[in-house]
Design a protein around this ligand. Structure first.
Ligand SMILES: [Fe+2]
Length: 285
């Protein structure tokens, strides 16, 4: 029987009684879907799954997306996005060591088809560093003043992979922004800054610190300070859960109500993570 034990932060629950090598039945899918909305981040410990098993489990919930960064797809399993520093290829969303700037985002928010949920499975991780941070965008929205809520609700945010690539290049993560992408850097998508969760109607902020490049109809000199302040408020410590990885951890999160950010690690140590990415419909205003 599947159980969910909330961690003592605003998002996150540890899941027990769920073996990811098994494709879930309809009852388990419904339980996990509901818990994913409720807790935002689900942590499955001590799993041993092959790429094919991770794909089969994930596909029980949704059609899967492939990373737009072609070179980071796993050979033979293009639905797996390899994150880390594997075989000389670096895929990281964290700044180089020594910077405290974070790249908060929801997966694929800069694409025409964003990601509904993502599962990251840890095969290898450095002894320290490389935690993944999650921030609750329900709580962040709820904490805004009435005036700030009204203002945010009328806004449309603009997103592009160019914002992410520029950040990684300037932060000196060697190779992190290089590679072949299926979507052009010039592609800009527009989503409501405040979105409704389709299961509950709850409102959540939806933006990224780098991948969100502006606010529709606003000049940069107005949009950038607004987004910077919003990021500081929305990703404050009290809205966060920090996941310190162990090999065998699989973490599933709901991109419709949490943002996440990688943190730096010493790249002399190997890090190998496999992500599956669930296709979503358009964010609802
Ligand atoms: Fe991500």
């Amino acid at each position: 029987m599947i159980r969910f034990e909330p961690v003592d932060t605003v998002v996150g629950a540890v899941v027990s009684g769920c073996d990811l090598t098994q494709v879930p039945d309809q009852d388990d899918i419904a339980l996990i879907e509901a818990a994913l909305e409720k807790y935002g981040v689900l942590i499955f410990r001590d799993q041993q799954i092959s790429p094919a098993q991770q794909i089969a489990f994930s596909r029980a919930f949704a059609a899967l997306e492939r990373t737009s960064r072609v070179s980071a797809r796993l050979d033979g399993h293009p639905e797996i996005f390899v994150v880390g520093n594997v075989d000389g290829k670096v895929v990281s969303f964290a700044p180089a060591d020594g910077s405290d700037e974070l790249e908060w985002h929801a997966d694929h928010m800069h694409l025409a088809v964003p990601a509904r949920a993502s599962m990251l499975y840890c095969l290898e991780t450095p002894p320290v560093g490389g935690e993944t941070l999650f921030a609750c965008m329900y709580a962040a929205y709820d904490a805004l003043s009435a005036e700030a809520k009204d203002r945010a609700e009328g806004l449309t945010a603009l997103h592009s992979v160019s914002g992410l690539q520029t950040f990684l290049r300037t932060k000196g993560v060697k190779g992190a922004a290089e590679g072949e992408y299926t979507s052009p850097e010039t592609l800009t998508v527009r989503w409501p800054l405040v979105r409704h969760h389709p299961l509950t109607g709850r409102k959540a902020l939806y933006f990224g610190s780098k991948v969100t490049i502006g606010i529709e109809g606003w000049p940069d000199e107005k949009a950038r300070p607004y987004l910077t302040r919003l990021e500081a408020e929305a990703t404050a410590e009290r809205f966060r859960y920090a996941h310190a990885w162990r090999p065998g951890d699989a973490v599933l999160w709901d991109n419709r109500r949490v943002l996440h950010a990688g943190t730096p690690y010493d790249m002399r140590y190997p890090r190998r993570m496999h992500r599956t990415t669930w296709r979503e419909e358009h964010p609802i205003a």
